[in-house]
Write a protein that binds this ligand. Structure first.
Ligand code: HEC
Length: 193
């Protein structure tokens, strides 16, 4: 009596054990396949363009517009300030400041080649070759990102000054932008120059 009861409940137990394993395996299969769907591979930044191209095509033109936007002339007749005259001109100035601020994110792409041009036989005096700059950037990534942050912050200040339509502030920020460019160039482009 006792042993018959035991063997029945053991069979039941085996059944439950089997059912339990089936449920667990089905659930883990679903969670694995579902999880794979939910977590797609992190997309990679493209590294087709080089840092030199970003400098030449985005950073330099945007900074140039900001540098030329206002001018303060002191003459015997007094101080005359040139500034954007229309809303359209102010908007266009803002586009450049946004371009500059946004470009700083591109400078944080670690694998971006420094230049896609064939290396010159003789690099200009005092300038590092793109390979040397790339190695320096790799070894001093913290310093690199610090320069990028400085440029980002002054570009954001430029946006504020433009929104406030404050020519003096824009002119001051222009000096800050120049210092941000120079700071990075001195360390990573022409440390000997
Ligand atoms: C985080 C670092 C960094 C910052 C910030 C930076 N640059 Fe550069 N820039 C470089 C490096 C490195 C090179 C050298 C690229 C090479 O070897 O061809 C360069 C090259 C250039 C070039 C030459 C591009 C070419 O055609 O070879 C220009 C123009 C330039 N920068 C303008 C600027 C201006 C303007 C600013 C500021 C508004 C600025 N850069 C800010 C790192 C920086």
């Amino acid at each position: 009596m006792n042993s018959a009861y035991l063997s029945v409940s053991f069979r039941k137990f085996k059944f439950f054990l089997l059912a339990f394993f089936c449920i667990v395996s089905v659930m883990s299969f679903i969670s694995l396949t579902h999880g794979a769907e939910q977590r797609p591979q992190t997309p990679k930044f493209s590294t087709d363009l080089s840092l030199a191209e970003i400098m030449e095509s985005i950073v330099m033109p945007a900074a140039g517009v900001l540098w030329n936007a206002v001018s303060v002339d002191v003459t015997v007749d007094g101080v005359s300030t040139t500034e954007p005259e229309t809303d359209e001109a102010w908007s266009q100035l803002r586009w450049s400041a946004v371009n500059l601020a946004a470009a700083t994110n591109l400078l944080l792409i670690e694998g971006m080649p420094i230049s896609n041009n064939p290396p010159p036989a003789q690099p200009p005096l005092g300038e590092l070759t793109p390979d040397q700059t790339a190695a320096l950037r790799k070894d001093n990534w913290q310093a690199w990102t610090a320069h990028v942050t400085v440029l980002h912050d002054v570009a954001m200040q430029a946006i504020k000054a433009i929104d406030a339509k404050d020519p003096n502030a824009i002119s001051e920020v222009g000096g800050g932008i120049d210092a941000a460019c120079e700071g990075c160039h001195k360390q990573f482009w022409y440390p000997e120059g």
